[in-house]
Write a protein that binds this ligand. Structure first.
Ligand SMILES: NC(=O)C1=CN([C@@H]2O[C@H](COP(=O)(O)OP(=O)(O)OC[C@H]3O[C@@H](n4cnc5c(N)ncnc54)[C@H](OP(=O)(O)O)[C@@H]3O)[C@@H](O)[C@H]2O)C=CC1
Ligand SMILES: O=C(O)C1=N[C@H](C(=O)O)C[C@H](O)C1
Length: 235
C-alpha cells in the first residue's frame, strides 16, 4: 500500500517505521515547508501534524481522492466542515483523538462506568491528562473524548479546565518531561474513589493503531471511527 505521511514529527517517524515493517511504501513526507507532490499517488494518507495544518491536510486529501486517517488533535472545532467536504467529495475519513488499542478499550470502559455512576450522586467525576512538554494543545484530544463519553452517558453537561460546577467535568492538564500520554478518570466521594487509568509507555501503540486504521480504510468511502476498525460494540 502507498502511504502519504502528512506530518513527519515524533508520530510521523514512528508511523513510517511501522508502515515499512508491515510492507508499505511511503510516497510523501509532508512537513511545514514542502508541497503535496505525490499525494495523489497514495492509496491512503495519515495526518499527524499540528492543529493549524490539519484542516488543509485533510481537505487536500479529499480533493486528491485519497482516503485519510487523521490523528491530529486540537482542530476539532472544524470537524463538521471536514465531514461535509468528505461527503461532497465522496471521500474516506477516520479521525480519532487516540488510535491505540488500549485507549479504545479504555474509551469503552469509560462509557460503561459512566452509565453505572450516573445512578450515584455521591460521586463526582474528574479527569487528569499528563503529556510531554512539547504538546501544543490542552486538554488532550483523548481527555476531551473521555469527557464526551461521560457526558453522553450521564447528567454531566460540559467539561472545563476551570473550577467545575456540579454538572461539569473538571479536566486537569499537566505537561511533564517526555511523558507519551497518561489519562485518569476519577470518581470521588467522601468515603472512597474509583480510578480508571491508561498509561502509554511509548508512541508505538498510537502509530500501530493508525497504520491498522489506514490499512482498513484504503479503498473505502465514507466516515468511520476506530469503533468500526476494531469492531468494538458499546454495551
Ligand atoms: N490520535 C492519536 O493517537 C495521537 C495523536 N497525536 C497528535 O498528533 C499530532 C502530532 O503529534 P507529534 O508527532 O507528537 O507532533 P510533532 O510536533 O512531533 O510533529 C508535528 C509535525 O507536523 C509538521 N507540520 C507542521 N506544519 C505542517 C503542515 N502544514 N503540513 C504537514 N505537516 C506539518 C511539523 O513539521 P515541522 O517540524 O517542519 O514544523 C512536524 O513534523 C498532535 O496533534 C498530537 O496531539 C499524537 C499521538 C497520538
Ligand atoms: O500529543 C500527544 O503526544 C498525544 N496526543 C493525543 C491527545 O491529544 O490525546 C494522544 C496521545 O495522548 C498523545
Amino acid at each position: 500500500m502507498k502511504i502519504a505521511l502528512l506530518g513527519y514529527g515524533k508520530m510521523g517517524q514512528v508511523i513510517e517505521r511501522i508502515a515499512l515493517e508491515r510492507g508499505h511504501e511511503i510516497v510523501l513526507k509532508k512537513d511545514e515547508f514542502n508541497t503535496y507532490d505525490g499525494l495523489s499517488t497514495a492509496d491512503v494518507a495519515i495526518d499527524f501534524s499540528v492543529p493549524t495544518a490539519a484542516v488543509d491536510n485533510i481537505s487536500n486529501c479529499f480533493h486528491a481522492n485519497v482516503p485519510v486517517v487523521s490523528g491530529t488533535t486540537g482542530w476539532l472545532d472544524r470537524y463538521n466542515e471536514m465531514e461535509t467536504l468528505c461527503k461532497e467529495k465522496q471521500g474516506g475519513f477516520i479521525s480519532s483523538s487516540n488510535f491505540s488499542l488500549g485507549v479504545n478499550i479504555f474509551f469503552e470502559l469509560n462509557e460503561y462506568l459512566a452509565k453505572i455512576m450516573a445512578q450515584f450522586d455521591a460521586y463526582k467525576v474528574s479527569m487528569e491528562e499528563i503529556h510531554h512538554t512539547q504538546k501544543l494543545d490542552a486538554p488532550s484530544g483523548t481527555a476531551i473524548s473521555l469527557a464526551k463519553g461521560v457526558i453522553e452517558n450521564s447528567a454531566y453537561a460540559n467539561w472545563t479546565m476551570e473550577d467545575a460546577k456540579s454538572n461539569e467535568i473538571h479536566i486537569e492538564a499537566k505537561r511533564i518531561g517526555d511523558v507519551p500520554g497518561t489519562h485518569t478518570v476519577t470518581y470521588d466521594s467522601t468515603v472512597d474513589s474509583i480510578e480508571l487509568k491508561h498509561t502509554a509507555h511509548n508512541r508505538e501503540g498510537f502509530a500501530l493503531g493508525a497504520v491498522i486504521a489506514a490499512e482498513w480504510l484504503a479503498g473505502k468511502k465514507g466516515i468511520y471511527t476506530m469503533k468500526d476498525v476494531l469492531n468494538l460494540e458499546s454495551k
